[in-house]
Design a protein around this ligand. Structure first.
Ligand code: NAD
Ligand code: MG
Length: 401
């Protein structure tokens, strides 16, 4: 019986995780849940799964939840620190890291340092901390299992020896030539470039294949998501620039591929449904039911592939460059993007401003020579904060125009 701590229980990955847990109550027990502020959803989750602990970051939300759950078995805590404590405590052996954005870094890192089996959905944590994250996992013996569908696909296509050495694996030694990271191209793949500027948050969030949280949906429209995933893949699979390639695949049937030196290419395929990678990680190395139907090849239709156009997806270019520039660059990019996406969702800036704001933040950090090695979480959070300030300044300037 695995005891699972679910960070970000009220989100899209949170809901898919709960759906998989519901399929297999004899195998998994939900021991702890955390969320930002959604009391109604958290109450329903606690009443159904009866975890020992529930944390709300928002203090007022925690009070409401406590009242609603009075007399029940769930202890209610509040605050960001409590989230990190719950991620590391001994009530759970498995931690699903499904908080969105940079807020996931500290609790995910805490789970890694505590040597948990960490199911990594929160890609931003790895983008922000890279080598530190990989080193912390090696030091504590934490097992990292990639939930992000592409990384989960790549993981499934790699040999067991590589799977056991994530972050330190030897791709050349394993006969791997290239990792092929697929992406759909998002909802604006075929839109005339001149129309990108007018796109609304609702249009950006209407992903053709996947149903996800708002931030990752916008990131998919800009392809910043693929950029963050490129950085995530670099760390997980210890690859260099020649070993990593982005391929557009609009149907999202192939979730990524591994190309071997003998000419073989292994692909993992399935419905675009996160319950599959989640069930895979929860049960690894075994297989279990996820509730997802298998693909029906007779009704699939055509599968197509293309290169990503850099004029359409400047955020992808920025991320691929940042990946090889250093930790300061990926931490900065992630932070600036998060601020810019929030401003876009709030109607403060246009869709095409997201890439420009990220580029300005990267330039500013480089000009300030804040490019020293980041060898602690505190140093990372300091660059993160600075980048958020630069991005916020830019947004204010846009609003004044
Ligand atoms: P979401 O917005 O639907 O949910 C986010 C969760 O994080 C919620 O439970 C929310 O309460 C919590 N949260 C938000 N701010 C917080 C804060 N400051 N402190 C603590 N908790 C906070 O997001 P999502 O789509 O489920 O994505 C979660 C993560 O998984 C992201 O990193 C995303 O990139 C990754 N991911 C998502 C999908 C998907 O299909 N949704 C696929 C691959 C990877
Ligand atoms: Mg993904």
């Amino acid at each position: 019986m695995h005891r699972v701590c679910l960070l970000g229980a009220t989100g899209s990955i949170g809901a898919s995780t709960l759906a998989v847990l519901r399929e297999q109550p004899e195998r998994f027990q939900l021991s702890a849940v955390t969320a930002n502020s959604n009391v109604v959803q958290m109450q329903a989750i606690c009443q159904e799964f009866q975890p020992a602990v529930a944390v709300m970051v928002d203090e007022a939300a925690a009070k409401q939840l406590q009242q609603a759950l009075q007399g029940g078995p769930t202890e209610v805590l509040s605050g960001a620190q409590a989230v990190a404590e719950v991620a590391a405590d001994s009530n759970s052996d498995t931690v699903m890291a499904a908080i969105v954005g940079g807020a996931g870094l500290v609790p995910t890192f805490a789970a890694v340092e505590a040597g948990k089996r960490v199911l990594l959905a929160n890609k931003e944590a790895l983008v922000m901390s890279g080598q530190l994250f990989i080193d912390a996992a090696a030091a504590s013996g934490a097992q990292i299992l990639p939930v992000d569908s592409e990384h989960n696909a790549i993981f499934q296509c790699l040999p067991a020896a590589v799977q056991q050495q994530l972050g330190h694996c030897d791709l050349v030694g394993a006969g791997v030539d290239k990792i092929l990271l697929t992406g759909s191209g998002g909802p604006f793949r075929q839109l005339p470039l001149t129309e990108l500027e007018q796109q609304t948050p609702a249009a950006a969030c209407a992903h053709p294949n996947w149903d996800m949280g708002e931030k990752i949906s916008v990131d998919s429209a800009t392809m910043m998501n693929k950029g963050l995933e490129y950085i995530e893949a670099r760390w997980l699979f210890n690859c260099n620039a020649d070993q990593l390639q982005v391929v557009l695949h609009p149907q999202s049937v192939i979730h990524s591929m591994v190309s071997y030196t003998d000419g073989s290419v292994l692909a993992q395929m399935g419905q675009p449904d996160m319950r599959t990678p989640i069930a895979h990680c929860l049960s690894f190395p075994e297989r279990s039911v996820s509730g997802v139907k298998p693909l029906d090849f007779l009704s699939l239709g055509e599968l197509s592939f293309a290169a990503a156009d850099s004029a359409r997806y400047p955020c992808l270019e920025l991320a691929m460059q940042a990946c090889w520039q250093g930790q300061w660059a990926t931490t900065t990019l992630n932070a600036a993007n998060e601020i810019a996406v929030a401003a876009f969702l709030a109607g403060q800036i246009k869709f095409t401003e997201i890439a420009r704001i990220c580029a300005v933040a990267l330039d500013r950090v480089a000009q300030q020579k804040q490019t020293a090695e980041l060898n602690s979480v505190a140093a990372i959070l300091s660059v993160d904060e600075q980048a958020r300030a630069y991005a916020t300044e830019q947004i204010k300037q846009v609003e004044q125009c």
